[in-house]
Design a protein around this ligand. Structure first.
Ligand code: IVH
Length: 672
């Protein structure tokens, strides 16, 4: 029996590893996300039921604990060197001549690779298992960041012996390569940081370094780092005679070796590769800052050796920095779809990396203060892959670059609709909170109509764009005035679809009050909060007239949410909108419900099979008494309610010393 489970677990792990490889390494998934999640869940369930069978290299174990006291310093097996740089064709050809001179050969093969812009990282494998990830540090001693590196999905945690053998790699080996943050992940990370009022990462390289040194590996896991190896060390007896073969071997072992590499016979072809990628670099999903040219033959590499800090057998060709210096002529303010105001620098146009740049983002007021930028200043502007150009620094006062004098202030009124803008205490961004502001309209309507809100099926992206652009919908209440003729006047709209949409709109009127509250798009009021508000106030009218104090009596509503709600209803246009929704026949009243306060602030986790209630019933009982039900056990959990066959959650509860009860006891404290 136990043996069968062990086999089943191992076979699931193999499947998960295989699909992770297809998805994260070769980018050719064979199954959908849902199917993958299902496999992973099966594995997790089995492991939860048989915790003694969990191994460190299981794909479920990417996110681990916390390093206790920061990161431990570890020496490298051999120094992690850097590369000498060249900046033009002449220097490149001079390097080639030197290779010829030193080696006495004129025919040399070169491997051309992208110079990835992240940070170098060494991975130590023993018996095919990832034992350590070490940063470059000062080249001789780096930091042990293993727990975080394990979260990088393109890094194999374990490679079967057979596979290594086939690839010609010994079981104990070291790879070195580049850890980086792809542009999409970088964008997402900075957006999240901005919304939390944190300082922004200047570029993906800094973001990578900041992320791999986080103490919580969970954060690292969420940031989507990627790893491309470019060196194999300690290949022992299987010593490869060419670098190119070594890269192929790494790929065969399951590593994500960068595809955009080329073996060439002379420096002319290397030069062509350099030019090709200079033109194409914007099409890559990550940043590169040049091309690395390496002599292919191991024997030649050994012959050429190293200077103090860099190999003589390799050279980096660096692309010109994509930055420029220009004068900032003015700052205007853009209103985003969520109402956020973004200051944008108007520049004297400057060529950067092949395009003329006339605008650059300044992100927010904090960033302007941090840079100390004034109108008229000379500034340094940088542009990454598909990243929007940004002002990164003010040039110091000198003869050619006199400082500007005019300070910038955020406007008091929204430049689009004229409503007074607000900045909630403790927040970075200024916002226009007028739900009818045209800048926000499309997004607001989409949210309102979406599933889980007013559920108007068929009112998606394309339709909402047309409706708002043609002025048929100027606010969400206008949805309820649409006629069949209005809809038929739109592109690709047949009689049948128009009829369906009108029916959907009609049906949405019956949805309960909490949906309407949620649909208004009040900042920080999500589905759950909307529900609590509806239950507490029982009508939109009561909610509208509530003050900050009273709002905070509502479950899970703190000062910031309360503030945001009061702000929303203080705007006449928003109150008018609610009135019109009422006139259109939407549900603006509901059942007041007194949630108990008995279990206020208490957190429950349900596990195992309960005999007398369904999970949903138990959850409702607890919530009605003011408690909260969450999915996983932590130190903050107050009670674990355990039914039959409770698994790992029960173990966790014991580990954390959380009180465990059966369903009878739960009934007692909920109802009694
Ligand atoms: S080989 C001993 N190959 O560039 C030579 N380095 O400026 C080791 N880099 O520290 C480096 N892409 O972090 C090599 N394809 C590539 C690279 C690469 C990026 C980085 C690496 C190194 C730095 C040197």
């Amino acid at each position: 029996m136990a043996e069968d489970v062990g086999k089943k677990i191992e076979s699931l792990r193999e499947k998960v590893r295989h699909h992770e490889y297809l998805y994260y390494v070769v980018d050719h998934p064979e199954i959908g996300d849902a199917e993958f999640d299902k496999l992973m869940q099966q594995l997790k369930n089995l492991e939860a039921a048989h915790p003694q069978l969990i191994t460190a290299d299981s794909p479920t174990q990417r996110v681990g604990g916390k390093p206790r006291a920061g990161f431990v310093k570890v020496p490298h097996s051999s120094p992690m060197l850097s590369l000498d740089n060249t900046y033009n064709e002449e220097e490149l050809r001079a390097w080639e001549r030197r290779v010829h001179e030193l080696s006495g050969r004129t025919e040399v093969d070169y491997v051309c690779e992208l110079k990835l812009d992240g940070m170098s990282l060494a991975l130590i494998y023993e018996d095919g298992k990832l034992m350590r990830g070490i940063t470059r540090g000062d080249g001789s001693v780096g930091e042990d960041v293993t727990l975080n590196v394990r979260t990088v999905r393109s890094v194999p945690l374990s490679i079967p012996r057979e596979k290594l053998k086939k690839a010609g790699i010994p079981a104990d080996f070291e790879v070195r390569g580049e850890l980086l943050m792809p542009l999409a992940a970088f964008k997402k990370t900075n957006e999240e940081r901005q919304s939390k009022g944190l300082s922004l990462f200047a570029n993906p390289r800094n973001a990578t370094a900041g992320t791999v040194r986080r103490l919580e590996s969970k954060v690292t896991a969420e940031r989507g780092l990627d790893y491309f190896p470019y060196m194999l060390l300690r290949d022992g007896r299987t010593h490869f005679d060419r670098h190119w073969k070594r890269l192929d071997a790494l790929a065969a072992a399951g590593f994500k070796v960068n595809q955009n590499r080329k073996l060439v016979q002379n420096i002319d072809d290397a030069w062509a590769f350099i030019q090709e990628w200079e033109a194409k670099r914007d099409s890559l999903p990550y940043e590169i800052d040049g091309i690395v040219i390496k002599a292919d033959r191991t024997a030649l590499q050994d012959e050429l050796g190293f200077t103090g800090k860099a190999p003589r057998w390799a050279i980096a060709y660096k692309y010109a920095a994509r930055a420029g210096i220009t004068r900032l002529e003015g700052i205007r303010v853009q209103v985003g779809r969520t109402g956020k105001l973004t200051p944008v620098a108007g520049l004297v146009p400057v060529p950067i990396g092949g395009t003329m740049v006339a605008n650059a983002t300044l992100h927010n007021m904090n960033e302007i203060d941090r840079l100390g930028v004034k109108i008229g200043d000379w500034v340094r502007v940088e542009r990454g892959g598909d990243v929007i150009p940004k002002v990164v620094e003010v040039i110091k006062d000198d003869e050619d670059h006199p400082r500007g004098h005019k300070s910038f202030h955020m406007p008091e009124k929204c430049p689009v609709c004229g409503t007074k803008v607000v900045r909630t205490e403790g927040e970075v961004d200024y916002r226009c909170v007028n739900a009818n502001c045209p800048a926000k309209l499309r997004e607001t309507v989409l949210h309102f109509a979406s599933r889980g809100v007013m559920n108007i099926d068929g009112m998606g992206d394309a339709l909402v764009t047309q409706l708002t652009e043609r002025g048929l919908v100027k606010n969400v209440a206008d949805i309820y005035k649409l006629t069949k003729d209005d809809l038929l006047s739109l592109e690709r709209m047949g009689d049948k679809s128009a009829q369906n949409i009108l029916e959907e709109i009609e049906a949405s009127k019956k949805l309960p009050l909490e949906r309407v509250i949620y649909g208004l798009g009040i900042r920080m009021v999500g589905e759950r909060t909307a529900q609590f508000l509806a239950e507490h106030f029982g009508s939109m009218e009561a909610l509208e007239s509530a003050g900050v104090e009273e709002l905070q009596d509502v479950n899970e509503v703190g000062p910031r949410i309360a503030e945001s709600i009061v702000e929303f209803f203080s705007i006449a246009a928003n109150r008018k909108l609610v009135e019109r929704l009422g006139e259109a026949g939407l549900t603006l009243t509901g059942q007041k419900k007194q949630r108990g306060t008995k279990l206020a602030g208490k957190t429950f986790v349900l596990t195992g099979t309960l005999a007398h209630f369904t999970r949903d019933e138990a959850k409702k009982m607890i919530e009605d008494a003011g408690g909260k039900v969450t999915g996983s056990v932590s130190k903050k959990t107050d009670y674990v309610v355990a039914g039959a066959d409770a698994g790992s959650k029960l173990d966790k509860a014991k580990e954390f010393g959380v009180k465990v009860m059966d369903e009878r006891e739960m009934e007692d404290i909920v109802g009694g």
